[in-house]
Design a protein around this ligand. Structure first.
Ligand code: NA7
Length: 539
């Protein structure tokens, strides 16, 4: 499977795949073990998501005082975030700072794509191959490959024929793109498309936004970080970080325990208005507790946001088209924006409804829908990812008996506690399917998962065990728990990437554990404390 000339096999104890935020922390944490560790990274720099997604307007949707590492007190005291919600370049700079500060760079092999991962049962070893011809034989693999890494470009006829410039947002050129005087087509209105729109609109001659599903978005109200706010966080970091791990989202957000129906329509309107105008419009999602579970409560919140769109967008037809009505609010990732709806008041921005009139082809000159054609100079695919599973399956992973992970996951990504897949021993996933993943704050969640994996490996070594697997029966038990947690929410009502619904042919399964990060920690800890129930550890 390796494409370059094959080098003789090297040996290592542990291979870490990916130098995003979790992979970086894994490298740091594994230094405590006397183990030979090799890390492969596809990019030529660190940061993972924040290395690849350098499209205009790319910005995190969680406050940076929270969305940052907690493992080193000096680091969290000394690092200064300029803004509440950091742009991509600040996050990439932070990743680079951490790698250099902790001396991790020399362990990372850059521009190395893992393209084959084969478990050898007789040797109890993984063989890791890259497109550069590396072949490392190791005992453990830590797949810190990210939840949103394998890009999705729909297979319209003619995709390759486009004569202008075309980019997927997660593979954006480092030198940037000049939109002056250009006719730009943007496909996709998820978090990415919503961030790209207002920035491109500023310089493009004309921007066409091709929308299949209107989305709920709230104003980020991003601004320079207030020094008093920063001080307050820094003075209280240890307690706040501890509290984050005791919360469902691995984050600190006020969550008053109140129902929409405890209030009169006027009172609710006032509470929602306050939240909308607060430090971040995102607080609206935490106004009432029942909006995530009860469709009637959810619809009150959804209608509030639709009314905000109607008040913002001047053309009533465009406003109505931008009003989401295909899914309950919060069942697709909530977007936060800086001037998205306002951009549709500009003369150089046109919204194109590709739900009613789908895209049928890409041509050398632009895009064709069932209603007409669009001449374009630049085409931007903000069309998302083969989420949660794509980053793993595309590595051509085979386990016990040569079984391909794609085959194992034909009906959905079975796993145990989001860490292991039966028949794929000693392969640990970080943020994999079955974990809270993107439903919790990713840096803190990743740190906790990495700590858990490292402790697990340490204990294996201490107990003289060399192999850990799980069983289909334990995978089924976890699937039942996951299902139960998902059924208490409205998530399954949306055609989202959480459900695999954005990729034609992908099984429709809710892929994350939505019971809360606090509950997830409890469950993982419980299983280990009860004598590693579900983990088959052998010598
Ligand atoms: P998303 O959220 O998956 O958004 C992708 C967008 O692309 C979404 O609007 C899709 O419409 C649209 N899309 C995908 N395929 C098509 C086709 N065939 N035709 C028309 N439109 C299409 O990806 P993002 O990059 O925006 O965000 C990913 C995550 O990053 C986000 O959730 C945050 O966690 C950060 P659809 O909604 O499927 O109808």
């Amino acid at each position: 499977m390796s494409t370059a000339a094959e080098a003789p096999a090297e040996t290592a104890d542990i291979v870490v795949i990916g130098a995003g935020f979790s992979g970086i922390y894994a490298l740091h944490r594994l230094r405590g073990l006397e183990a030979r560790v090799v890390c492969f990274e596809a990019g030529d720099g660190v940061g993972g998501t924040w290395y690849w997604n350098r499209y205009p307007g790319a910005r995190v949707d969680i406050e940076s005082m929270q969305y940052s590492y907690s493992f080193d007190e000096d680091l969290q005291q000394e690092w200064r975030w300029p803004e509440y919600f950091s742009p991509q370049e600040d996050l990439e700079a932070y990743a680079n700072h951490v790698v250099d500060r902790f001396g991790l760079r020399e362990r990372i092999r850059f521009s190395s794509v893992v393209n084959r991962l084969r478990y050898d049962e007789d040797e109890n070893r993984w063989h890791v191959h890259t497109d550069r011809g590396d072949h490392v034989v190791c005992r453990y693999v830590v797949a810190a490959t990210g939840s949103l890494d394998a890009t999705n470009i729909p297979r319209w006829p003619g995709v390759e024929s486009f004569g202008g410039q075309s980019y997927h947002t997660s593979n954006w050129p480092k030198e940037g793109v000049d939109f002056h005087g250009k006719r730009v087509g943007l496909i996709g209105t998820g978090s990415t498309g919503i961030q790209v729109t207002p920035v491109v609109a500023e310089t493009a001659d004309h921007l066409y936004v091709f929308q299949r599903t209107a989305n709920f978005s709230m104003p980020s109200r991003n601004r320079p970080l207030d020094p008093d706010y920063e001080r307050e966080w820094k003075d209280n970091y240890p307690e706040r970080r501890a509290k984050m791990l005791q919360s469902a989202s691995a984050g600190l957000f006020d969550m008053p325990d109140r129902s929409v129906f405890d209030f009169t329509p006027e009172e609710r309107e006032r509470l929602m208005e306050e939240a909308w105008n607060s430090r971040s419009g995102f607080r609206l999602m935490r106004c009432f507790t029942d909006t995530a579970r009860d469709i009637a409560a959810n619809d009150i919140l959804a209608e509030f946001v639709r009314n905000k769109i109607r008040q913002t967008v001047r053309d009533p037809e465009v406003a109505e088209l931008l009003c989401p009505n295909t899914h309950p609010i919060g069942t697709k990732r909530i977007c936060i924006d800086s001037g998205y709806f306002e951009a549709f008041n500009r003369d150089n921005v046109t919204l194109v409804d590709v739900r009613t009139n789908p895209i049928t082809a890409v041509t050398p000159g632009g895009l064709v829908t069932t209603a007409g054609s669009y001449e374009l100079d630049i085409l931007i695919y903000a069309t998302g990812f083969d989420a949660m599973t794509g980053s793993l399956t595309r590595m051509n992973v085979t386990g016990v008996g040569g079984r391909d992970l794609r085959d194992k996951w034909r009906d959905g990504p079975t796993n145990y506690l989001g860490f292991l897949v039966a028949g794929f021993p000693n392969l640990f996933m970080i943020h994999g399917p079955g974990s809270p993943s993107v439903l919790a704050q990713m840096i803190t969640g990743g740190e906790w998962q990495v700590d858990w994996v490292v402790r697990f490996i340490e204990n294996m070594e201490k107990d003289g065990r060399t192999r850990v697997d799980t069983t289909p029966d334990w995978e089924d038990r976890w699937a039942v728990e996951m299902e139960k947690a998902a059924d208490m929410t409205l998530f399954k009502r949306a055609d989202s990437w959480y459900m695999g619904a954005n990729i034609p042919g992908k099984p429709r399964v809710f892929m994350m554990y939505v019971g809360g990060f606090d509950q997830y920690i409890r469950r993982c800890t419980e299983q280990v404390e009860s004598g590693y129930a579900g983990f088959v550890r052998t010598a």
